[in-house]
Design a protein around this ligand. Structure first.
Ligand code: F6P
Length: 543
């Protein structure tokens, strides 16, 4: 069955290659002239989101062939397997059931014959109790002062989701509370985040699924000493720490009472965990009801992904277009540009989601891959990015595919300024697609010696995602849209999008080197250690 699929996949892949040769010379501008209804044909609405993919270098035939490829790669079966709790994360023998966390009450989902819904609901209830207590001013610290500062300590998925969601939904947040996020093992992060805070009013959420992550545990230790410097009594720690983790033993060993621990199950990947207790800081900021709206938004996209035909399926299309750009057009760089200041951490969040999931070199069976997997994802909010890297987008020699994200209605009343913002979003996508030719420039009487400098070749692909307005629900839909696009790409490449073995080597080496650096501050680094360059760097550092 698997072999048959691989053969089929190769044939669909080949058909796409042949097709690519047929259309490689067509430009986006030509494609629009050939089909004036192109934007109608190449756009779709789902929930609060509208996706326009017409400014890509493809035709409806490309989409049909990509859908064929998806079928041959077993995408529909793979989607079902994920939703049904099959252990699709083979290398860690785990399910990837983040979609269960946003199922409405009354639904059920089974893992090893056990319905997970009761414990999911119980977890949400625990989050709600804490969040209501803090928002209602009913949680006091050791000295009796009200808790006002919520400080999330975590890294990777235990930070990027919380900080992205907090920034994105800051408009809805309780302004009587102060939120900080500490991730970097560089203690400047901790020092700057806590400098102006009173420990008596501060609550640390130590967020680590494994509770073994060096950065998080080091910062949590710093937090303990910062608290005790003022509160002096070790028993004060209990009232100022909550743990979000899957490792009871680690939490207890650190000194946080298990009754203050919220569980993250092993079937929730770190980069897919904003919908779990990892989202506690978000729930405290926006309140339980709005957090449920975020979950519901994710669920709406899940439902669409699971049930709608591939050709009308928004995450599937986004994923397939990414495959087309990456594997056929050989564009290995994707800029994600939200025209919303609230979404300024969204590109960083997406970097982990995309690159930790799909930056893989072997297939699910460990077989080396002969094609490119994940492209580089990066970005900055518009319009800021326009004044830094857009020169490269328009005239650089390397091609970049872009995802523009914008909102029809702002969360403020400065409509004129919002119009400026969105005009920039639309203009940039059009400029990338059409460019400007030497002929147009000459016609506009640009001095002859500047013409070639000003030519923009255009034909640079982009998607535009428009949401009605930024709400917890639309954010949830957007997050799930990208999660499932990442899944779609992983399914086509037949890789495991849910493990991350590549991060281990560097981590392990850093652990050993930390020890060596501590020991070597007063003595030379032994010649037997490391390569010449590293040894010299360490010596220079220790001198
Ligand atoms: O970087 C590796 C990683 O395991 C990520 O996948 C994860 O989100 C991050 O570290 C933090 O892990 P934890 O939540 O276990 O501290």
């Amino acid at each position: 069955m698997l072999n048959q699929r691989l053969v089929n996949r190769r044939s669909a892949w080949r058909a796409l290659r042949t097709h690519y040769r047929k259309i490689e010379r067509s430009t986006i501008s030509q494609l629009f002239s050939d089909d004036p209804q192109r934007a109608e044909h190449m756009s779709l609405t789902q929930g609060d989101l509208y996706l326009d993919y017409s400014k890509n270098r493809l035709t409806m035939e490309t989409i049909d062939l990509l859908v064929e490829l998806a079928k041959e790669c077993g995408l529909p079966e793979k989607i079902r397997a994920m939703f049904e709790g099959k252990k699709i994360n083979h290398s860690e023998h785990r399910a990837a059931l983040h979609t269960a966390l946003r199922l409405p009450i009354g639904e059920s989902v089974y893992l090893d014959q056990k319905n997970l819904m009761p414990e999911i609901q119980q977890g949400l209830m625990q989050m709600r109790l804490l969040s209501d207590q803090i928002r209602g001013g009913r949680m006091a610290g050791y000295t009796g002062r009200k808790i006002k500062n919520i400080i999330n300590i975590g890294i990777g998925g235990s930070d990027l989701g919380p900080v992205m969601a907090f920034e994105a939904l800051r408009f809805y947040s309780d302004r009587a509370l102060c939120f900080r996020f500490i991730s970097n093992v560089d203690s400047s992060d901790f020092i700057e985040a806590t400098r102006d805070l009173n420990p008596e009013e501060s609550l640390f959420i130590v967020c680590s699924k494994s509770f073994t992550t060096t950065e998080t545990l080091s910062n949590a230790l710093l937090a303990k000493s910062w608290l005790l410097e003022k509160l002096t009594h070790p028993e004060a720690v209990g009232q100022h720490f909550i743990a979000v983790s899957g490792n009871e033993h680690g939490v207890a060993e650190f000194g946080i009472d298990i009754s203050k621990m919220l569980i993250v199950w092993d079937w929730v990947g770190g980069r897919y965990s904003i919908d779990s207790a990892v989202g506690l800081s978000t729930m405290i900021a926006i309140g339980a009801e709005r957090f449920y709206e975020l979950l519901y938004g994710m669920h709406e996209m899940d439902d669409h992904f699971l049930h709608v035909a591939l050709k009308q399926n928004m995450p599937v299309l986004l994923g397939l277009i990414a495959i087309w750009n990456n594997n056929f057009l050989k564009i290995n760089s994707v800029a994600v540009i939200p025209y919303s200041h609230y979404l300024r951490r969204f590109p960083a969040y997406l970097q982990q989601l995309t690159m930790e999931s799909n930056g893989k070199h072997v297939d699910v069976n460990g077989k080396a891959l002969t094609f490119n997997t994940c492209p580089v994802y990066w970005g900055e909010p518009g319009t800021n990015g326009q004044h830094s890297f857009y020169q490269f987008l328009h005239q650089g020699t390397a091609l970049v595919a872009s995802d523009f994200i914008g909102f029809c209605k702002p969360l403020h009343e400065q409509i004129t300024q919002h119009n400026i913002l969105m005009a920039n979003c639309f203009a940039q996508a059009e400029a990338l697609a059409y460019g400007q030719s030497a002929e147009q420039l000459r016609h506009a009487q640009v001095p002859a010696d500047l013409v070639l400098h000003q030519v923009c070749s255009g034909n640079r692909p982009s998607n535009t995602i428009l949401a009605k307005t930024l709400t917890p629900g639309s954010l949830g839909q957007l997050i799930a849209l990208y999660e499932h696009s990442v899944f779609t790409q992983g399914a086509i490449w037949n890789i495991n999008s849910f493990d991350q073995w590549g991060v281990e080597l560097g981590k392990q080496m850093a652990k050993e080197m930390t020890q060596e650096l501590q020991e070597s501050l007063n003595q030379a680094i032994p010649d037997s250690l490391h390569n010449g360059s590293t040894r010299k760097l360490m010596q220079y550092y220790c001198a």
